[in-house]
Design a binder for this molecule. Sequence first.
Ligand code: PEP
Length: 250
Amino acid sequence: MRKKIVVGNWKMNKTVAEASELASAILGHLGNGTFLCEIGIAPAFPALTEVGKVIGSSDIRLAAQNCHYEDDGAYTGEVSVRMLESLGCAYVIIGHSERRQYFGETNQTVNLRVRKALAEGMQVIMCVGETLEEREGGITDKIVTEQVREGLKDVGDLGGIVLAYEPVWAIGTGKTATPEQAEEVHASIRATISDMFGEQAAGNLRIQYGGSVKPSNAVELFAMPNIDGGLIGGASLKAEDFVAIVKAAG
Ligand code: PEP
């Protein structure tokens, strides 16, 4: 039985004070309840330290939104995995479509980052997903399979990996993939993983769905057999909505 995982990707939103406030509000809405799913939040880099203090030893895990693949050096504006570890990050999101779209991330650079994060013992959420043009061109499966194969090239063990299927046309657009559309791609990703790493690894791998997940559609998405939680953008910026989505995951 795979443990579902719900992670809030706050993107480039919230000052340090606002981020701390949001983290406190999420803790407040979670209350003392016990949850069967794993919960994470990914504030922007400047807020990691303070948000880490707010969530303390609660059940919420701290995640970063990106990392570089070198330990240190002349890479202005970049952040290494060891730096993130020193701030208490348990997860790092790699290959988000906004990184691919606006910052030149490729399957090859995703792979470098994934392997570096894993080598440092950090858990990875690796994002894949097709654009609207690719979906309409009937090449969703080809694109997503390539992203999975190339992103995980030379990765020996999937223990530290979570995948996030995020159709680009559904991110921040209010258009959600139907549970059936999402399930079809999740099942295909799992088949690719089985081919690459074996059936057992594929059965254990968690694959989140991301793309306009809201409290109103989370239950039916998370009920699909191959959907193991969500990567949540817009709705994670409202404590009440994020916690409602967490609750939908059990
Ligand atoms: C995301 O950016 O990972 C995401 C899924 O965004 P949204 O929920 O806003 O579509």
